[in-house]
Write a new protein. Structure first.
Length: 119
């Protein structure tokens, strides 16, 4: 079994910053890609950012240089530093990881953390 536990969401004023963390634990042999999706009310879940085990990153266009994804492979943890937050960023943020276990590769998701931006 693999678990992803997120932390760091909350309420912030427009223009402010938040840092999300997501730690993976369990029967992990290795982790390929880690990253973040978000889902706003009434909208589909969308990719925010991802990072490979080698450190290659990918960002959604709407990030516009405001967010930075990073990871600590030794801790099986991925981070999302979010700066210059806007009301459009209000959503539940989910981390995910493509994890190799004894049974092969599978995708795992965190429980989600709410990000709210006040104007």
């Amino acid at each position: 079994q693999v678990q992803l536990v997120e932390s760091g969401g909350g309420l912030v004023q427009a223009g402010g910053s938040l840092r999300l963390s997501c730690a993976a634990s369990g029967s992990i042999i290795s982790i390929n890609v880690m990253g973040w999706y978000r889902q706003a009310p009434g909208k589909q879940r969308e990719l925010v950012a991802s990072i490979s085990s080698g450190g290659s990153t990918n960002y959604a266009d709407f990030v516009e240089g405001r967010f930075t994804v990073s990871r600590d492979n030794a801790k099986n943890t991925v981070y999302l530093q979010m700066n210059s937050l806007k009301s459009e960023d209000i959503a539940v943020y989910y981390c995910y990881a493509r994890v190799r276990t004894m049974t092969g590769y599978s995708n795992y998701w965190g429980q989600g953390t709410q990000v709210t931006v006040s104007s």
